[in-house]
Design a protein around this ligand. Structure first.
Ligand code: ATP
Ligand code: MG
Ligand code: MG
Length: 349
């Protein structure tokens, strides 16, 4: 049987491995850390760094196709892999999503709406951008941010210096603050032959910059729901994308504003494990393996709740709760802000 190579050994890689295994594939995970969530379930774990070209070549030779669970893969590693095996989703999706400036330029060129933004190479640029966009605004590192890390909210122009220093020299952009009614995300998939499947949008609530819950159905009008699916399809087609993508949206009275895209399975898509015949992990494996996409229709209402840090104290209650699916990532150590697992609660039949 075929072997699917997965870059990254976190919980997303773990759940991708389980889905691949259910479809009869083997998986090989490439991950620098020794004991990681995906290594517990994958058939093979190649433990090496992304700068180890020899290890990357051995990994590529051992698999039929390469996919990934995170977008910050160094370009040099991608070059080494792509010379040997297909990478799905492709390089363009990674280039676009690794850098917030490239991402916003791409989305804007597609005719989609983003928060107003400015490139911030230096403090003078930040002061000019604040005068232009006003406050509140959010200064974000262009690269490597997640869970709200690498972001500073600026409430008045006199905070510019401190905010700029907080970026610690990293390239940054300033975003105007979007006064949204709610946050939703669309998980969408595109197959090797170009077909697109879109999951029902989920409504997301964050706490301390980290996703707390996703609820389906989201509070949206029929036309907002349609817009969300159409814009996701437009992004996937423009990138000639293969795999699952998460598209984060702000809902405003003026329409949907795209916050960011993730070229991979997404935390806000975990509800599909309880809500659909084919969940986002199986859908991603189907796409990268060249199988037809499956039925992503939502069958029930679901609330997904992340188990972060001390939330694990509630585990006995959650295990005993009715209509509740518990997923744990096998992380030995509980730490504040660390995603340890999630639960999917069915809220209607
Ligand atoms: P993720 O873990 O989703 O990758 P991230 O670190 O990339 O998160 P963002 O998605 O850019 O961060 O922002 C995190 C949250 O901060 C958003 O979900 C939203 O609640 C808020 N936020 C970000 N940008 C804006 C904005 N321009 N206007 C209003 N709120 C914003
Ligand atoms: Mg992000
Ligand atoms: Mg985000």
């Amino acid at each position: 049987g075929a072997t699917i190579g997965i870059l990254g050994g976190g919980q997303l890689g773990r759940m991708l491995s389980v889905a691949a295994s259910r479809l009869g594939y083997k998986t090989c995970v490439f991950e620098p850390a020794g004991d990681c969530p995906a290594s517990h379930v994958a058939n093979f774990h190649l433990q090496a760094g992304y700068d180890d070209v020899g290890a990357l070549a051995r990994f590529a030779d051992a698999v039929d196709v390469v996919t990934y669970e995170f977008e910050n893969i160094p370009t040099s590693a991608l070059d080494a892999l792509e010379a040997r095996r297909p990478i799905r989703p492709g390089r363009r999706a990674l280039a676009v999503s690794q850098d917030r400036l490239t991402e916003k330029a791409f989305l804007t060129d597609l005719g989609l709406t983003c928060a107003p933004f400015r490139d911030i190479p230096d403090l003078a640029a930040l002061q000019a951008a604040l005068a232009d966009l006003g406050t509140p605004a959010i200064l974000k590192t262009r690269r490597l941010g997640y869970d709200g890390k690498g972001q500073v909210r600026i409430d008045s122009a006199d905070q510019a210096g401190a905010a700029f220093d907080a970026m610690a020299g990293a390239d940054a952009i300033l975003e105007g603050f979007v006064d949204f009614q709610r946050e939703v995300s669309v998980i969408a998939a595109r197959g090797l032959s170009g077909e697109v499947v879109c999951y029902d949008p989920g409504e997301n609530v964050h706490r301390d910059g980290i996703l707390r819950t996703t609820t389906v159905p989201a509070t949206l009008t029929a036309s907002q729901r349609m817009d969300a699916a159409l814009l996701a399809g437009r992004i996937l087609n423009a990138l000639d994308y293969v795999g699952v993508m998460g598209v984060e949206l702000f809902v405003t009275p003026g329409g949907l504003v795209v916050n960011e895209v993730a070229p991979r399975v997404h935390n806000s898509g975990h509800w599909t494990q309880a809500g659909c015949a084919v969940d986002q992990f199986e859908q991603h494996i189907r796409a990268v393996a060249g199988l037809p996409l499956g039925d992503g229709q939502r069958q029930v209402d679901v609330v997904m709740e992340n188990l972060i840090g001390d939330d694990m104290d509630r585990l006995p209650d959650l295990l005993a709760a009715p209509a509740t699916q518990v997923h744990l990532y096998g992380k030995a150590e509980v730490r504040a802000g660390r995603k340890m697992g999630h639960v999917n609660r069915f809220t209607a039949a």
